[in-house]
Write a protein that binds this ligand. Structure first.
Ligand code: N01
Length: 558
């Protein structure tokens, strides 16, 4: 039993999830603040998204030297990345290395899920129930559940009748899957489909891709890292990391060269050619106006369509692959290796299910417009119930018995994407209303974890036992998130950012578009102002039995 803060609880803090957010949160709270912490993780190992997403070709679209923790100078110097973009196995090795190096496993309960958590106002703590039947209490509950961890397969008629194996990219088997000699269907052409399709095509006897919406993809131009460039980056890590923290997206792309509509054709094209040849998502930051001006956006979109025309041999297939229903960048840009060229292979067929959706799945395959495409295996690259899905999957009950999923029925409502009114002492890492999925997640994770750890340290120092987002501050933040999103073209796409991939999910633009640097500054200001917009409650007097005798709201400017 632990009595820090007054009332006895099993733990000072419980953390849901042992991905990169949960691991770092554990380290900060346990090692820097000396708290008693328990992490609950449903997987058998650490790594979160990289533990589950083991599909062929799974690779991060942020460069490895920056898709890594910055909190430990020793760690970032000693770890050696091998490729420009890290593969899933390499990232998982890194996650395991971190867990071992900082002795994190001892405080993680693996193969355990949090079913529900209820805020007990009398005791000012969270009562957390896990699927092993245990019930624990903790002053703080921190969700580090990931934004893309609730995988989703559409409810196709006849799914259960299919006689062969089926896979979801987000829940890939741990043993290797061999498609040699097999006829495979891939349904979905988001990042997961676009990464796995070239690899599956290279192995399978035949691959049929079912595409509902074509996506924009840029080449990764992946390659092994050279020793001298690793050394160079490591010697400049301090400045580079700081620049990433203050940048719009948490990465270090080349600066935009200006407004595309103000530049001569040859300058635009030269810039896009250079960025295309260099590879990676930095292609999207060539110009200042593409995220906000449809005409400017179209210049870049048409450039990519031209590249598709150039790469794909059969014009009718190239035409099907060209996105025309959303501005480029308003769905997460895909970063690929040989994606478009894969459609030149004789063993690959592209079926558009845009006008004629998949009718059903039968014992033998996939039926579209009355025609059966016979396959041996089906890969669902159909995405996730993003951002709110993993949080709503837990029965989170705040004050007055209100469930978070009910409060969020018309869309998520948070203050700073980190807390929600009515849910005291609950902190959510990279939740809706924060930059999260629009950024290098590592940068956003570290920023949130540091902010939460600093707040908990502050609370303990000031005898604060309860931190709760103020409803008015939450509303103002929600309005701001919407206002900034509406200044951009983002809401024009039917994307998972908008909840548009899940039938019935409210259409609300969930991440914060304001940029990680601006957001960090704002969060720091909130903290400096004594946690402006949060209601903080202190315990004046704690009896030996740990009863709460008095609660005093602390003025926001204290
Ligand atoms: O999922 P998605 P994802 N019939 O939702 C289609 C991150 N990530 O797993 O667009 C037919 O993007 C759906 O079609 P439509 C990254 O942030 C990162 O690929 O809804 N098709 C779409 O094509 C990414 O954005 C990395 O019309 C159906 C696809 O399934 C996010 O994860 C790698 C359908 C789902 O695409 C999600 O990517 C992988 C139906 N009924 C993922 N329902 C990297 O770091 C859905 N679809 C590189």
């Amino acid at each position: 039993m632990n009595v820090s803060g007054g009332q006895a609880t099993d733990f000072d803090a419980m953390i849901v999830g042992a991905g990169f957010a949960g691991m770092y949160m554990l380290k900060r709270l346990r090692d820097d603040l000396g708290l008693r912490v328990r992490v609950v993780e449903r997987g058998e190992g650490v790594g979160g998204t990289w533990y589950w997403n083991r599909y062929p070709g799974a690779r991060c679209d942020v460069e490895s030297l920056f898709y890594s923790y910055s909190f430990s100078p020793e760690l970032q110097q000693e770890w050696e990345w091998t490729e420009r973009y890290p593969t899933q196995p390499e990232i998982l090795r890194y996650a395991n290395h971190v867990a071992d190096r900082f002795d994190l496993r001892a405080d993680i309960a693996f193969s355990t899920s949090v079913d529900s958590a209820r805020y007990d106002e009398a005791r000012e703590c969270w009562v957390v129930s896990t699927d092993d039947g245990a019930v624990s209490t903790a002053r703080y509950l921190i969700t580090a559940v990931g934004c893309l961890s609730a995988s989703r397969v559409p409810d196709f008629e006849g799914m259960d009748t299919f006689r062969g194996p089926t896979y979801h990219t987000g829940q890939w088997p741990h043993e290797s899957v061999d498609f040699t000699g097999r006829r495979v269907a891939v349904i979905g052409t988001g990042s997961s489909g676009i990464q796995s399709i070239p690899q599956i095509a290279a192995q399978a006897a035949h691959l049929t891709v079912f595409q509902r919406t074509p996506n924009f993809s840029v080449p990764a131009v992946n390659r092994p890292l050279k020793a001298d460039e690793i050394e160079q980056t490591k010697s400049e890590y301090d400045q580079l990391r700081q620049a990433a923290r203050m940048s719009p997206s948490g990465t270090n792309p080349a600066d935009p060269i200006g407004h595309v509509l103000e530049l001569p054709d040859e300058v635009r094209t030269r810039e896009m050619n250079q960025r295309w040849d260099y590879g990676g998502a930095g292609f999207m930051s060539a110009f200042l106006d593409t995220a906000v001006n449809p005409e400017a956006n179209e210049v870049v979109a048409e450039y990519v369509r031209d590249r598709i025309r150039e790469i794909v041999g059969r014009p009718e297939v190239a035409e099907l692959l060209m996105p025309r229903d959303h501005p480029i960048g308003t769905k997460r840009i895909c970063v690929d290796t040989d994606y478009y060229a894969t459609y030149n292979r004789d063993n690959v067929t592209l079926i558009s299910v845009r006008e004629t959706p998949i009718d059903r799945i039968t014992e033998h395959g996939v039926v579209v417009a009355g025609e059966l495409y016979e396959v041996d295996d089906i890969v669902f690259a159909t995405g996730f119930d993003a951002m709110t899905g993993p949080l709503n999957a837990i029965a989170l009950q705040g004050v007055d018995g209100v469930m978070l999923r009910d409060k969020w029925i018309a869309g998520p409502r948070t203050y700073l994407g980190i807390a929600s009114a009515g849910f005291p002492n609950l902190f959510m890492i990279t939740a809706p209303g924060s930059p999260s999925v629009l950024s290098n997640m590592m940068v956003s994770i570290e920023q949130h974890v540091d902010w939460v750890a600093d707040h908990i340290a502050y609370a303990r120092e000031h005898g604060i036992i309860r931190t709760e987002a103020d409803p008015a501050a939450e509303e103002t933040w929600g309005d701001h998130v919407n206002e900034v999103a509406n200044m951009t073209l983002y809401p024009r796409a039917a994307s998972w950012y908008m909840g548009a991939n899940i039938p019935g999910k409210p259409r609300v633009f969930m991440p914060y578009v304001g940029g990680v640097g601006a957001y960090r500054t704002l969060c720091d200001e909130v903290a400096r102002d004594g946690y402006r917009g949060f209601n903080l409650t202190t315990r004046n007097d704690v009896s030996a039995a740990g009863d709460i005798d008095a609660k005093t709201p602390v003025p926001a400017d204290s």
